[in-house]
Design a protein around this ligand. Structure first.
Ligand SMILES: C[S@@+](CC[C@H](N)C(=O)[O-])C[C@H]1O[C@@H](n2cnc3c(N)ncnc32)[C@H](O)[C@@H]1O
Length: 223
């Protein structure tokens, strides 16, 4: 998504208590960044304007959450949405950061014990030569499988038919087990589904929302 530059974004983010400026410094030590280090730790990849993580972290305060996006312009809106959702409390169970997810292993390690991953409406990259940038591309799934705790689930949603069908194949190719699969959330959706900004937009356009829940096969999960 194209967004106008927001010169105020970085200074506002750096002044925020739950924004992490140098994520790689916490590799293997993420749990200690939260007031309750033993709480299950979840990851949202490509959080955009953050309304999903704002609602999820408020609904399930017993968990900790890391939300990542590559654009400060998005993260500053995520910061505001989280603050608004959690006011007057402080969002102690969320950390947001600017990072390229293709390099996730430089900031996260298996010992961080990620319990689950959310990928909502990631860029579909429809051209063949760009597909390797999809957040569900096989090499990405292999990386997530190396990072998460055994039995962890990945929750994926999209409006894009090509990305949905390919992602199902990517899961199968990389040995992930598909636990839930829907090509139309109007018929069957995730339990207690929280809508994202893009989800609301696509639903308003009448586009069916698709989703898959999968977990790494036993070989990857035992890593
Ligand atoms: C289409 S938006 C979806 C936003 C939100 N998840 C939603 O459902 O409304 C995709 C988001 O992923 C982010 N993104 C795309 N590629 C990324 C990457 N390699 N690393 C981090 N963020 C990325 C974009 O900046 C954008 O905010």
């Amino acid at each position: 998504m194209r967004m106008r530059k927001k010169p105020f974004a970085r200074p506002e983010l750096e002044a925020c208590a739950f924004f992490v400026t140098k994520p790689a410094e916490y590799r293997g030590k993420w749990r200690k960044q939260f007031p309750v280090p033993e709480a299950p730790l979840y990851l949202e990849l490509g959080c955009g304007k953050g309304s999903f993580i704002a609602k999820l972290s408020a609904r399930d305060p017993q968990n900790n959450y890391i939300a990542i996006d590559i654009k400060d312009e998005m993260l500053v809106l995520a910061k505001r949405n989280i603050e608004k959702e959690r006011a007057p409390q402080i969002a102690e169970n969320v950390r947001i950061m600017s990072w390229n997810i293709e390099r996730l292993e430089e900031m996260l390690a298996p010992e961080d014990g990620i319990q689950g991953i959310y990928i909502n409406f990631c860029n579909p990259w429809p051209k063949s030569k760009h597909k390797k940038h999809r957040l569900t591309y096989p090499r990405q799934l292999e990386m997530y499988a190396r990072l998460v705790k055994p039995g962890s689930k990945l929750y994926f949603k999209t409006d894009d038919t090509g990305l949905y069908q390919d992602t199902r194949s990517y899961f199968e190719e990389t040995g992930w087990e598909i636990l839930f699969d829907s090509d139309d959330f109007a018929v069957k959706s995730f339990e207690n589904n929280i809508e994202t900004e893009h989800e609301r937009m696509f639903m308003a356009e009448g586009k069916p929302i698709k989703g898959i829940i999968a977990r790494p096969g036993s070989e990857e999960a035992s890593v």
